[in-house]
Write a protein of this length. Structure first.
Length: 562
């Protein structure tokens, strides 16, 4: 009996050990699987996920989540070296900046020179560094810099009326990104031939001007003129894509200098739903456009009075120096006459988003600030047509349109004479010297979802077609009691200058006592000149969802010189 009991107990104990061991192995295997899953999850974790786990102050100082690295060590050494750097840099600035300021001297000032220049006791602080992927044979670095300095800078200024003013520049606050380019890379120490430096991005530049012993406001216009002079000098002398070249090894580095690479043609077509800045009537909008914000490179449109949906139809041309980083900026203002213009909104388009030689038609939403876009207010939209042509390439407008086979012998001879006069000009500039003539055939097929204007929920729509420059007009028949009319009517327009004209279509509701405007559609002729024929749907601005179905055909004639 004792034997049997011992056997049973031993068997039970052995079975229990086996079951326990098996369960332990299962738990251990599950823990391994869970650990592997956790490690895999950490491997997939993003920077944003990691920031959710711990607040920034919980990370050690050496943990960096961005591409830019901290430069505490460099700032520590810079503080020690600053007194010596200050002395050397002050003399360098005096000798190089004074001539630059002289170039941008406003008309109200007869002469200017530094009477005192020292950068003060506060050294700049480098807040980050990044190495940028550049071309083969170069190293590109970007340094973030912040400086809240206490310099002592006094500029002696003499006005045209003989008044001499010592102007003090103080309270300088600057934040920006400097770019350093080491190129070309060579096998001779220090392994690069030259250093190029430039202010890649000017995030903030604040300073105050004060007349030593008086107020600068005593002479109207002086403060604004000097401030504008300083900002223009900085923009045009050191701001990217301008770069300063410092040769390290003997050699010719002219290929590193800034060179234009192409031309941007801009057609300012129209704007819609602009913010009304006037209490009586409507705004008087005009536009400023620029790639580099310099006075001599900023283009200004004409003012359209009493209109929040202006049509400009103006053309501008800009020099492009770096497609990869430059952009076109447009600012819309309300002209207040003798008072300062009131800002409505601005927009920007990156040049790298444009396909060379291809026309891009865009509507850009206006915002209050291009850097900090927290404003949700509707400020309107602006309509642009853009064409970027690199130097050495033909425009799509010329390569697409070859009318020689349609010309008579006399016309061919005339065209050859025109071309022979321009043989010394680049192809890009020849494009600007031509007028594209032709016949535009517009078929108004139908409309959709027009707004109801009658008591019965219907409308009696018709369309008025007009060429902007020549004022040629046509209109469709009136179709009664419909929001989805079908016209299928074709109208021909003889166009003298297709590249610079607009087709305007306005949709009206016919009424016994007149007509009510529903909305409009404004389009350039560039697309139909390029494609020669197409059918498309166009929104009717001014309506919630109205659309026009159109067929356009272009029959080209002779291209002649302006």
């Amino acid at each position: 009996m004792g034997f049997v009991l011992g056997f049973i107990l031993g068997a039970a104990l052995g079975l229990g050990l086996i079951v326990g061991f098996a369960r332990y192995q299962h738990i251990r295997s599950k823990n391994r699987s869970d650990l592997a899953a956790t490690i895999a999850a950490f491997a997939r974790m993003t920077v944003q996920d990691s920031r959710k786990l711990l607040p920034p102050e919980s990370y050690p100082s050496w943990v960096v989540f961005t591409q830019r690295q901290k430069l505490t060590w460099l700032n520590h050494h810079l503080d020690k070296l600053w007194p010596y750097i200050n002395e050397a840099a002050s003399e360098l600035i005096r000798s190089s900046v004074e001539p630059t300021l002289e170039e941008y001297r406003p008309a109200i000032i007869a002469s200017l020179k530094f009477s005192k220049l020292t950068l003060g006791t506060v050294a700049p602080q480098f807040t980050g560094i990044a190495v940028i992927d550049g071309d083969v044979g170069e190293i590109v670095m970007e340094l973030e810099l912040q400086w809240d300095g206490n310099p002592s800078i006094i500029i002696d200024i003499e006005t045209r009326v003989g008044v001499k003013l010592p102007i003090q520049v103080k309270n300088i606050g600057f934040t920006g990104v400097f770019r350093l380019m080491f190129k070309p890379l060579v096998d001779e120490f220090p392994c690069f031939g030259a250093v190029c430096y430039s202010l890649r991005q000017k995030k903030n530049l604040d300073f105050t001007l004060k007349v030593v012993g008086g107020e600068i406001t005593a002479i109207p216009g002086i403060s604004d003129s000097i401030e504008e002079m300083i900002r223009d000098a900085i923009e045009d002398s050191i701001t990217w894509p301008v770069r300063k070249i410092v040769p390290i090894l003997p050699g010719d580095y002219s290929d590193l200098e800034l060179k234009p690479v192409g031309i941007l043609d801009v057609k300012l077509v129209e704007a819609k739903e602009l913010t009304n800045k006037d209490f009586i009537g409507k705004s008087d909008p005009y536009a400023e456009l620029f790639i580099r914000p310099l006075r001599n490179r900023t283009k200004t449109s004409k003012t359209i009075n009493n209109q929040i949906n202006p049509i400009w139809n103006e053309h501008f041309e800009f020099i492009v120096e770096d497609v990869s980083t430059q952009n076109l900026t447009i600012r819309i203002y309300d002209d207040e006459g003798i008072q300062a213009s009131e800002f409505i909104g601005c927009a920007r388009i990156l040049l790298k988003d444009l396909q060379p030689g291809k026309v891009k038609d865009v509507w850009l939403k206006l915002v209050k600030d291009l850097e900090i876009q927290r404003d949700t207010k509707n400020r309107g939209q602006v309509h642009l047509e853009l064409l970027y042509c690199p130097f050495g390439s033909e425009s799509a407008l010329l390569t697409r349109f070859n009318p020689d086979f349609r010309l008579t012998d006399l016309e061919k001879a005339l065209k050859q004479d025109i071309d022979s006069d321009d043989t010394e000009k680049p192809a890009l500039h020849r494009k600007r010297d031509v007028i594209v003539r032709g016949v535009l055939s517009v078929t108004v097929i139908s409309a959709e979802d027009l707004p109801a204007t009658d008591f019965m929920g219907k409308s009696d729509p018709f369309v008025v077609l007009e060429m902007k420059k020549s004022k040629q007009k046509n209109k469709t028949r009136v179709l009664n009691d419909t929001l989805n009319p079908v016209w299928n009517q074709t109208f021909d327009f003889v166009v003298e200058d297709g590249l610079h004209d607009l087709l305007m279509l306005e949709v009206y509701d016919h009424d016994t006592f007149g007509k009510d405007k529903m909305g409009r559609c404004v389009m350039t002729l560039t697309r139909v000149i390029l494609e020669e024929e197409f059918t498309d749907v166009f929104p009717v601005d001014g309506t919630p969802s109205g659309k026009l179905n159109l067929h356009l055909k272009w029959t080209p004639q002779l291209i002649v010189k302006e």
